[in-house]
Design a protein around this ligand. Structure first.
Ligand SMILES: C[S@@+](CC[C@H](N)C(=O)[O-])C[C@H]1O[C@@H](n2cnc3c(N)ncnc32)[C@H](O)[C@@H]1O
Length: 287
């Protein structure tokens, strides 16, 4: 590998047994963007440019990490979410495109007035920071993981947003009134909680299973709605009248989560599909 035109063939030959061709091309261009600060079209214009020694080393190092199935977002420590850049570090889930769809739904519904927003299981902070970037009001994100909260706080600084983050275990806070954010009143509560069943682990890709925090992903098969139950219970106490609860869900359980919300007294429940036609989001109103 000597010139820029050699990079893509090098990626393809090194990674062909690990990934599909389209994925490898995408990894190559993301790596070029981060290491050479060049776009795909720059690589054509400057195809004969000689690579520097440290650039070759960094390309080889990113390929070694990809061979370990490390997600490209962790390798370069960032990703784009809802048109903004976010830090991606171990300990916080990598923001997903389907979650952008949830954010888009919330933004379109809540444009008009100033509201109080709470994000439960905030992870990298991608949801609540994007809401804060696009809506008026007060914004709070809570998570049990201090590692995730560190990433969220860095993302809050990076995006120059004003979100308040707190460490709270939504399953075990009980009625502890020192946990003020679960006693304040909100107009909108959102959560993308852990919802992958332990039994679904086997079907998951190595890049997720070996690298992303399991606390962000998995629930026990025999208590798969634990987060939806607890969050909906708490939401029924702390949502204002006509307040909205939004959930991202496991595509298999739309019907069950609608029933769960109906039983708890939520109304106007809407289930929405993601871009891949899978049941992925739910909205419900507190009467
Ligand atoms: C699916 S991730 C969502 C992260 C982020 N909101 C997103 O959409 O990318 C679920 C999050 O819930 C957090 N979490 C897991 N158990 C929790 C608990 N008992 N209390 C609060 N947060 C919890 C995890 O640390 C993780 O950040």
């Amino acid at each position: 590998m000597k010139t820029i035109s050699d990079i893509l063939p090098f990626f393809l030959s090194e990674l062909q047994v690990f990934y599909r061709e389209n994925e490898i091309k995408s990894f190559a261009y993301i790596s070029i963007k981060h290491i050479l600060n060049m776009s795909k079209s720059d690589t054509i214009i400057h195809s004969k440019k000689i690579l520097e020694e440290d650039q070759i080393l960094r390309i080889k190092s990113s390929i070694s990490s990809l061979k370990e199935y490390e997600p490209i977002q962790y390798i370069f420590k960032e990703t784009e979410f809802y048109k903004r850049e976010f830090y991606c570090m171990y300990g916080a889930l990598i923001p997903r495109p389907e979650t952008e769809e949830l954010v888009d739904w919330i933004i379109r519904d809540n444009k008009e007035t100033k509201k109080n927003y709470l994000d439960v299981g905030t992870g990298s902070g991608c949801i609540i920071i994007s809401l804060c970037n696009n809506l008026k009001g007060n914004f709070t994100g809570i998570d049990v993981s201090r590692d995730a909260l560190r990433v969220a706080i860095s993302n809050n600084d990076r995006n120059e947003t004003n979100v308040n983050f707190e460490c709270v275990d939504v399953l075990n806070y009980e009625e502890d009134f020192s946990v003020s954010n679960l006693n304040d009143k909100y107009d909108v509560i959102v959560s993308n909680p852990p919802y992958v069943l332990n039994s679904e682990k086997e079907q998951m890709q190595k890049n997720v299973l070996d690298w992303e925090p399991h606390i962000a992903l998995f629930v026990e098969d025999d208590d798969s709605f634990i987060f939806y139950n607890r969050i909906a219970d708490r939401a029924s106490k702390i949502l204002n009248k006509k307040g909205l609860l939004y959930f991202e869900i496991n595509e298999r359980f739309g019907k069950e989560i609608i029933e769960l919300l109906e039983k708890k007294g939520f109304v106007n429940i809407e289930l929405k599909k993601d871009i891949n036609d899978k049941d992925r989001m739910i909205k419900a109103m507190w009467k």
